[in-house]
Design a protein around this ligand. Structure first.
Ligand code: GLP
Length: 241
């Protein structure tokens, strides 16, 4: 696990955007695994700027998002479909047909999850998977537990996650209780993983992820087992390591 500590959020975003830009220049038809949350917003803004300045091109890029809330329609302002459209997809030339985000409003969720993993596989696999970090160590929506699921699946959100994500909703009761997430197997199959974390409140999760025991009770610690992980954190998130 390579750790790059930078001064602040803006530097973290710029470093991460440079890495994605390098990949897109080397491989025009790259497959990107994308994440949501507040952390990658700055990165997406940098990518949009690079695209506007004709430094990068998304025409042949394929994207797979990590997760989506169950029970929110794609046009709900807190859905990850809406988030991705707002921060990236509506602002660059990625083709609609190359955008993949787990869908929850489907009749057979299990089949939809299986098809999602199949599609990742058929695309040639994810070249670079972007991740944020939950306060409880979750990646995607893989919550701490005795056992973790390998493939894309429906998950019950933990109390901590509902509470942490309630800042985006009018009240805590409005936060969906379930989500679809890529499993840890789908995430760990990516050729390269880039995790971003910023701010003091992530410091403990960063410490457990980088120096703690590998445990399903801290899903991000499993990244210690991947061959090609880059963690980009700011000074505050790096405070305990
Ligand atoms: C959500 C997402 C995760 C994200 C995490 C951290 O629960 N499912 O993919 O990494 O929150 O979010 P933030 O970046 O807002 O701290």
């Amino acid at each position: 696990m390579e750790i790059l500590t930078v001064e602040n959020y803006d530097e973290m975003s710029a470093e991460a955007a440079n890495i994605i830009a390098q990949l897109l220049r080397l491989k025009q038809n790259a497959v990107l695994g994308l994440a949501t949350g507040s952390t990658p917003e700055g990165l997406y803004a940098c990518l949009v700027k690079m695209y506007e300045e004709k430094e990068i091109d998304f025409e042949k890029v394929t994207c797979f998002n990590l997760d989506e809330y169950a029970g929110l329609s794609p046009d709900h302002p807190q859905s990850y479909h809406y988030y991705m459209d707002r921060h990236l997809f509506s602002k660059v030339n990625v083709k609609k047909g190359n955008i993949n985000i787990p869908r929850c409003g489907v009749e057979n969720i299990e089949t939809a999850c299986r098809d999602y993993d199949k599609k990742i596989h058929q695309s040639g696999g994810i070249d670079l998977q972007l991740l944020g970090l939950g306060l409880n160590g979750h990646i995607g929506f893989n919550e701490p537990a005795d056992y973790l699921q390998k493939d894309t699946h429906l998950v019950n959100l933990s109390r901590e996650t509902i509470e942490a994500n309630s800042r985006f909703f009018p009240t805590e009761d409005d936060v969906p209780r379930q989500a679809i997430t890529m499993g840890v197997g789908s995430i760990m199959s990516a050729a390269r993983i880039m995790l971003l974390a910023s701010g003091e409140k992530k410091a403990d999760a960063v410490k457990q992820m980088t120096c703690g025991k590998v445990s399903t009770h801290h899903p991000a610690s499993l990244l210690q087992l991947h061959r090609n992980v880059l963690v980009i954190i700011d000074k505050e998130a790096a405070r305990l390591i």
